[in-house]
Design a protein around this ligand. Structure first.
Ligand code: B4P
Length: 199
């Protein structure tokens, strides 16, 4: 089972991914978490990525694809993988498709969180107060939304065209309410087939 949790900045991808990971035993691969860990350790990747993230821009595709290529095989060895924050551009999606094809796999499901922009901005500004993340300033949030609409949104159409199951989820309620919507999907389509074949 290869799933993607998708949505604009602050839509709750990381929040829901943690719940999905523990409910379904999927390996959670978050490119945002990996990059923040590199920044915290002060590695060369972290130094390059940190500046870009703090400006609200997307880290170069080559760097992200190399990171995922290095971690995907181990993640794929288990019950399945949940990709969080990746792919974020069409080039990343094409690179992912090629990596999966080489293993005889493909993306099975995209869960896309739908939240109005005003709510996203409010959530991220609140997180800025609580966690003080460098990329949660008003100016940076505007740039991240711009990148999302300009470069990331197209990834959904890429998978729809391939016939991948793409499910839009109302991401506006409390985290548990949103997770309830996701759980109700688990009986549907390829997710159900994959869950049955995994048990
Ligand atoms: P991410 O770590 O993916 O950051 P995000 O989009 O802000 O996170 P997410 O949607 O997961 O929000 P969360 O659950 O935390 O990326 C950060 C940066 O890394 C990017 O801007 C980019 O620079 C770089 N990057 C990462 N991947 C990349 C890639 N593939 N290519 C290039 N660059 C890449 O939720 C946000 C807040 O809302 C939290 O405070 C949470 O508590 C709250 N919240 C969640 N659900 C809620 C709910 N239902 N109701 C109310 N609040 C909620």
């Amino acid at each position: 089972m290869i799933g993607i949790i998708f949505g604009p900045p602050g839509s709750g991808k990381g929040t829901q991914a943690a719940r999905i990971e523990s409910e379904f035993g999927l390996a959670h691969l978050s490119t945002g978490d990996i990059l923040r860990a590199e920044v915290a350790r002060g590695t060369p990747i972290g130094k390059e990525a940190g500046r870009i993230m703090a400006a609200g821009d997307l880290v170069p595709d080559e760097l992200i694809v190399d990171i995922v290529r290095g971690r995907l095989p181990e993640a794929e060895a288990g019950a399945g993988v949940l990709l969080d924050g990746f792919p974020r551009t069409l080039r990343q999606a094409q690179a992912l498709d090629t990596m999966l094809e080489q293993e005889g796999h493909r993306v099975d499901l995209v869960v896309a969180l739908d939240v109005p922009e005003a709510d996203l901005v409010a959530r991220l500004l609140h997180r800025a107060e609580v966690e003080g993340r460098a990329d949660d300033t008003r100016e940076t949030i505007t740039e991240r939304m711009h990148e999302y609409h300009g470069r990331t949104e197209a990834v959904l159409e890429h998978y729809r065209k391939q016939g991948v199951q793409v499910e839009m989820i109302d991401g506006t309620g409390a985290p548990d309410t949103v997770f309830g919507h996701i759980l109700s999907l688990a009986g549907k389509g390829r997710w159900r087939e994959k869950r049955q074949s995994a048990t």
